[in-house]
Design a protein around this ligand. Sequence first.
Ligand code: GLV
Ligand code: GLV
Length: 316
Amino acid sequence: ARPTIAVTRWIPDEAVKVLAEAGEVRLSDLDRPLTPEELRSFVAGASAIVSMLHDRIDASVVEAAGPQLAVVANVAVGYDNVDVPALAAREVTVTNTPGVLTDATADLAFGLLLAVTRRLGEGERLLRARQPWSFHLGFLLGSGLQGKTLGIVGLGQIGRAMATRAAAFGLRTVYSGRSEKPDFDGEFVPFDELLRRSDFVSLHCPLTPETRHLIDAAALRAMKRTAYLVNTTRGPVVDEAALADALAAGEIAGAALDVFEREPEVEPRLLERDDVVVMPHLGSATVETRTAMAVLAARNVTSVLAGEAPLTEVTP
Ligand code: GLV
Ligand code: GLV
């Protein structure tokens, strides 16, 4: 029998076509994430699972699928939703989608930086509320970028793409992370120094036990009162309640967030603030990028099912 490939949520047709060459594609007809129970029954009998970042893939899912499960292809670069060691122990290959979403995500991060510093959301809300206004020299003034310092937390592919954009806008870049990147033209600094020196802090580290709540009350206090925070990685890297407290206390100037601690929920106090820009996890959301991500995930599945090496494997 042809292997079953369980796809937990809508993916572009191009990717379905790639999968259909390798097996029977089982698509979810629900326009929402599967609950943990639904997910376990949905994957029963599958040889491959194409998962989304909202699916928690752990040992219970592997067991529900059965011993024929060979690969889990997560359609995201982040894979904090997958228990990689547990899957490795059961000889299930895990893959992600690095590279193809680098530019789209850095574009969104830079767009958020512009949106929060130039008060784009506020201006648009003002017009849509049909409020009276007129051009004047003191109206809705923001903060300029040129000559200021961007702190990049986590200099992976997306962090580097953010630095390229920053250079084009006349920003100086410092970065922190696990190791210095000698090939990168920017200053490597300890995390606390980055917080103290940066006018803008942009998060590009993966979510791991070490980076959960990396931006907590103490980190926010260490930032300049004029500084802005941008988060396009994973919500739990920021302690959202501490962020709301810090903004209310004037400890930082603003925040732009594409990701949240308890998606799709957003800390209500953040939604009330004009110095906060929020987006519904759109980092990689372009037609080109989402197609490339899904096709890469599909090729990972077809490679593993054909007994070949996957293209972009995640190892514990
Ligand atoms: C999206 O958030 C991703 O990790 O690809
Ligand atoms: C602003 O619109 C200007 O012309 O300076």
